[in-house]
Design a protein around this ligand. Structure first.
Ligand code: NDP
Length: 493
């Protein structure tokens, strides 16, 4: 924790971020800050408010004041403001993409083509969704009619992780606002910059004061305080399973609405009748995109024995051709790991794999770049085989550029291996046998199954995980339902 200061770190002027409360940027009440480190350089390049209960009190008060007018605003006007925000994000694509690449270490090309466009799409989608969101009516024969009202909840809390910073931040905020709520949002302390920039876009888009309040800081301080506050009636959280469990027990006695999108250990089932070239390319992308730091990344690859060696060798040669580069280089396909701690965590898992008899087929080592990135956190794409399915590295989420390979002999075995996990977020199946694909889709214990594709997203579809991967679903009407309170009205005639 440091006091506010302005310094030059050799690359950038260290910038001091501010909270966004009641429509204005403001410093934390305690004037305490946390250093923000650029993963590609290992240097401090920003300071983030170390917010606490006092900042939350201001945010809740602003949200409370703003709520009556925001919920009463005609849908068309609410929708127009959200569309303005979407446009503002698109207009600032370059600045936001650069901020995301610096903050997170992801390749700038990925931020430009995936993260930032998707953040704009989130607002666009829910700007339209709120005008299409209808509720049910149930007629009782000759006696009564019921209709369902879905009303804004009031003040809701949105807490998001560091891996897809603006993408996931807006995936929560957009439906919460569209449904007529006021929001208190906390981005990850590791990647606060685009949330900070979003505040200015919201100001310019005409979002009324207090409707969205963004408070920065640690999970332990401001994150936990948001969950605890009695006036915050619902929590939408994306992050690790342990944090999700802590939040669930923290809010249980207050009976808050809770949506939890948690970790994954996603299986890919690769059959010998797959379209080999397409599958290799897509499975490789699913394994290493964003340095493997996407909750939906495949991390356990089950390959039919008859093509095991061919598939393995093709993966290895692709992995050897992929090396980390400066995320700000437009040609970079692989960037930095998000933090030093996370890099050490991933390296520790690689050591555990070796101790369990795992064979490192390629990668496994930290990479030192030259020039401005000499102190950055880079790791080779890593492929491991010869681990039992119950080995730690096949059971725990590593959340980095590390995958394991196992052969299988038949569909039942592949299914059993895939389902042998505490997680249940996403699975992919690679086969040209459609009937087998349907059967597997029915039996895989995951909230999402992609057949012959990965990360193909239709924002109307339910998104979320089973088992320890989460509770509830986001996306489309699921999100609109989560962010509203349901009331049935029965009229006798
Ligand atoms: P964390 O669980 O560590 O943190 C997520 C967010 O919660 C951060 O903003 C964090 O703040 C905050 N937080 C931490 N502790 C608390 C607390 N006690 N109360 C309230 N908020 C808290 O996850 P990571 O940021 O490390 O993200 C990686 C994880 O997210 C992986 O497990 C990944 O699978 C999962 N994830 C799941 C997705 C899904 O849709 N299912 C999508 C993307 C990621 P701070 O950063 O300041 O500590």
């Amino acid at each position: 924790m440091v006091a506010e200061q302005v310094v030059y770190n050799g690359n950038y002027l260290v910038e001091t971020l501010a909270n966004f409360i009641n429509g204005e940027y403001c410093p934390p009440v305690n004037h305490q800050y946390i250093n923000n480190i650029e993963p590609a350089t290992g240097l401090v390049y920003g300071q983030i408010p170390h917010s606490d209960q006092d900042d939350l009190t201001l945010a809740v008060s602003a949200a409370e004041t703003a709520f009556p007018a925001w919920r009463a605003l005609p849908l068309e006007q609410r929708s127009e403001i959200l569309l303005n925000i979407a446009q503002g994000i698109s207009n600032n694509l370059d600045e936001l993409a650069k901020a995301e690449a610096i903050d997170n270490g992801k390749p700038i090309s990925l931020a430009k083509t995936v993260d930032i466009p998707r953040a704009a799409s989130n607002f666009k989608f829910f700007a339209h969704a709120c005008s299409q969101f209808a509720s049910e009516s149930h007629a009782m024969e000759n006696s009564a009619i019921n209709y369902t009202l879905r009303q804004p909840i009031g003040i809701v809390g949105c807490i998001s992780p560091w891996n897809l910073p603006l993408y996931l931040f807006t995936w929560k905020i957009a439906p919460a606002l569209a449904a007529g709520n006021c929001v208190i949002a906390k981005p990850s302390e590791v990647t606060p910059k685009t949330a900070y920039l979003l505040a200015k876009i919201c100001q310019q888009a005409g979002l009324p004061k207090g409707v969205l309040n963004i408070v920065h800081g640690t999970g332990a301080s401001i994150g936990s305080a948001i969950c605890d506050h009695p006036k915050v009636k619902a929590i939408s959280f994306t992050g690790g399973t342990k944090t999700g469990a802590a939040i669930a027990s923290q809010v249980a006695s207050q009976f808050k609405k809770l949506s939890l999108e948690l970790g994954g250990k996603n299986p890919a089932l690769i059959f010998s009748d797959c379209d080999f070239e397409h599958t290799i390319n897509e499975v490789f992308r699913a394994s290493f995109a964003n340095q493997g730091q996407i909750c939906l990344c495949s991390s356990r690859l089950y390959i039919e024995r008859s093509i095991y060696d061919k598939f393995k060798n093709a993966l290895i040669s692709k992995a050897k051709a992929l090396s980390p580069q400066d995320p700000l280089d437009e040609n970079s396909k692989m960037g930095a790991i998000v933090s030093k701690d996370h890099l050490h965590k991933i390296k520790h898992y690689i050591e555990l794999a070796k101790q369990a008899g795992g064979i490192i087929l390629c990668g496994g080592e930290q990479v030192q770049l030259s020039g401005r990135c000499a102190q950055g956190y880079f790791l080779q794409p890593t492929i491991i085989e010869n681990l039992a399915n119950d080995a730690i590295c096949n059971q725990e989420e590593i959340f980095g550029p590390v995958i394991t390979l196992q052969p299988f002999d038949n569909v039942q075995q592949a299914l059993a291996l895939a389902n042998d996990s505490q997680y249940g977020l996403a699975a992919t199946v690679w086969t040209s046998n459609l009937s087998r694909a349907h059967q597997l889709a029915e039996q895989l214990q995951t909230g999402i199954v992609w057949i012959n594709c990965w990360l193909l997203r239709d924002l109307r579809t339910p998104f979320g995980g089973m088992k320890h991967s989460g509770v509830g679903r986001e996306g489309g009407n699921e999100a609109m339902r989560f962010f509203t309170e349901t009331k049935n009205i029965c009229i006798k005639y």
